[in-house]
Design a protein around this ligand. Structure first.
Ligand code: SF4
Length: 346
């Protein structure tokens, strides 16, 4: 069940739980404006819906202006410690600021950031990370436990609330998947602010995607999470593809869903290659349908009962079926082309 979420506006997107937005982060050095803009456009074209950039110093604020000019998706500034950078980014038209109010050097500085954000309707994301937990919380809990992460996040939240600011989004990341899942579950019970989900330092492509899928996916199934980021030690555009796949896997994505069988001794066609070719061919089709690619007619058509359309392997041929009913027999060579033709008609 979806939890109740306090709506927060990020640019023209409303984080209210109705749609889950995909986020990524630039990994180009912040002063390389041209390269950063190129990467931001590439991410936007790939389906990134919110883009975050590190703003390490005043020189880098130029990037905010350039990104706002170049892309049509909200831009988030990631700021560590220096409140003046947050104010400069607010003035530059940023859509959200990620900063932890407890780390910026006192009440006056927090008030200055809150004032700049309130004046422009800019939300603040509090980003707690298992690797950078406050020393006293580490001492109190012994390690970055879910409870420690939640206590840290709520401290930052209370600092903003004390300044009458509640345009808040929270992330509470850990590279330990069970810790991350339990921390978000606990946090979701404590407040109704939108939550940004991610497994931090998830790793390189293969394990990073698996860890993110388990962590983010479990929470999405629980109805927790308004924005997601798959963190990979790789090209950011791969994060977008993985995020889309995670959304699809938990039934919250859009596009063509493929179901295909693992093949067995009954398979008489080259199903592995066919399934991959079908996957590639449907990747650009914007229809919310399920397409099955099954190894045999006897079991495959029945097992793929939820599919809108599919093909099942016969003896040196393929059978096209719709909603469990056989339509016609095709040769292996014509199967893919005919399937795509039929999908286009749906
Ligand atoms: S659908 Fe047929 S070929 Fe595929 S795993 Fe099931 S029985 Fe085997």
């Amino acid at each position: 069940m979806k939890r109740n979420v306090k709506p927060v506006l990020v640019g023209d997107l409303t984080l209210n739980g109705e749609k889950i937005y995909i986020q990524s982060m630039l990994n180009v050095e912040a002063h390389k404006t041209e390269e950063s803009v190129r990467q931001a456009k590439e991410l936007e074209a790939a389906g990134c819906e919110i883009i975050r950039a590190a703003i390490p110093d005043m020189e880098a604020v130029k990037l905010v202006y350039a990104l706002k000019e170049a892309v049509n998706i909200p831009v988030v500034a990631d700021i560590h410690f220096d409140y003046r950078l947050a104010i400069a980014c607010a003035e530059a038209g940023i859509d959200k600021i990620r900063i932890n109010p407890g780390n910026i050097g006192g009440e006056e500085k927090v008030k200055a950031v809150v004032k700049a954000c309130t004046a422009r309707g800019i939300p603040i994301r509090i980003g707690v990370n298992g690797g950078s937990l406050e020393k006293e919380l580490l001492a109190k809990y012994g390690s970055p436990t879910p409870e420690a992460l939640v206590e840290s996040a709520m401290r930052h939240v209370h600092i903003l609330e004390a300044c009458d600011f509640d345009d808040i989004v929270i992330s509470i990341k850990s590279s330990n998947v069970p810790t991350m899942i339990n921390a978000y579950r606990l946090l979701a019970q404590k407040c109704d602010y939108p939550l940004h989900l991610g497994v931090t330092e998830a790793g390189t492509e293969r394990m990073g995607i698996i860890k993110s899928a388990v962590g983010i996916g479990s929470l999405l199934v629980d109805g927790i999470g308004e924005t997601i980021r798959v963190s990979l030690t790789d090209e950011p555009v791969k994060e977008i593809r993985a995020a889309k796949d995670i959304l699809m896997a938990v039934g919250k994505g859009s596009g063509v869903k493929i179901v295909s069988c693992p093949t067995c001794g009954r398979t008489k066609i080259d199903l592995i290659s066919l399934a991959k070719r079908v996957e590639n061919a449907v990747s650009g089709i914007d229809k919310n349908i399920t397409v099955a690619v099954m190894g045999c007619v006897v079991n495959g058509i029945g097992e793929a009962g939820e599919a809108d359309i599919g093909i099942a392997g016969g003896n040196g041929c393929a059978v096209l079926f719709k909603h469990g009913k056989q339509i016609c027999k095709l040769s292996e060579d014509e199967a893919l082309g005919r399937l795509i033709e039929e999908i286009e008609k749906l």
